[in-house]
Design a protein around this ligand. Structure first.
Ligand SMILES: Cc1cc2nc3c(=O)[nH]c(=O)nc-3n(C[C@H](O)[C@H](O)[C@H](O)COP(=O)(O)O)c2cc1C
Length: 177
């Protein structure tokens, strides 16, 4: 079974990014693919190189979740033309440990009006040697539509884009193995 780790850059309960990743985890149910939603972003301490060799368990759990995955899907809101602080903090924790190196990653943009965060995330992931999968990194017009995960799957455009993300990631993972 292919394991994909989904990371939302938002801690908000009603986050559209988290709902979009929830929709993806429902969409893969008929396939031999599992999407695990990582929920620990808010538990990671602020990154500090001084404690890199005695990391708290939350950091170790984050790293093992990344290592155990065949691919990663990230969907983050844009905050002040950048990625959210919690997401950047999480990524800083793995710069040195290298869990993203060579890992297939899809970057989703749930808010087509936002372009800075998408580019900023691309740059960070490129810097930590992730394998950004262009065909799975898409804009999915979810912002302002007030849809829950199920309603997203009922929308033809959104469900077709979700299908594209899943099939391209599966193809990529299969090509690696
Ligand atoms: C602090 C803050 C800063 C934001 N800055 C931007 C921005 O620079 N550009 C933008 O398009 N949207 C911006 N937004 C709007 C969010 O990107 C948008 O509401 C997004 O849907 C939130 O995602 P979520 O529902 O997953 O939490 C900002 C929102 C907040 C709370």
């Amino acid at each position: 079974m292919i394991k994909l780790l989904a990371i939302s850059g938002s801690l908000r309960c009603a986050s559209i990014n988290t709902a979009l990743l929830g929709a993806i985890s429902e969409a893969v149910i008929p396939y031999d693919v599992q999407v695990i939603l990582y929920r620990g972003l808010g538990d990671l301490p602020f990154f500090n190189p001084d404690i890199e060799d005695r990391e708290p368990s939350s950091v170790l759990e984050f790293r093992s979740a990344l290592s155990a995955s065949d691919g990663i899907i990230i969907s983050s809101p844009e905050y002040a033309h950048g990625i959210t602080g919690v997401l950047k903090n999480a990524l800083d924790w793995v710069v040195g440990s290298g869990e993203f190196v060579g890992k297939p990653v899809a970057i989703l943009n749930a808010a087509p009006r936002s372009s800075y965060a998408f580019k900023a995330l691309n740059e960070v992931l490129h810097t930590i040697d992730a394998k950004i999968i262009a065909g799975a990194s898409v804009e999915i017009p979810v912002l302002g539509r007030h849809l829950d995960s199920r309603e997203m799957l009922e929308d033809l455009e959104i469900s077709s884009l979700i299908g594209q993300v899943i099939s391209v990631m599966v193809q990529e993972v299969n090509d690696i193995h």
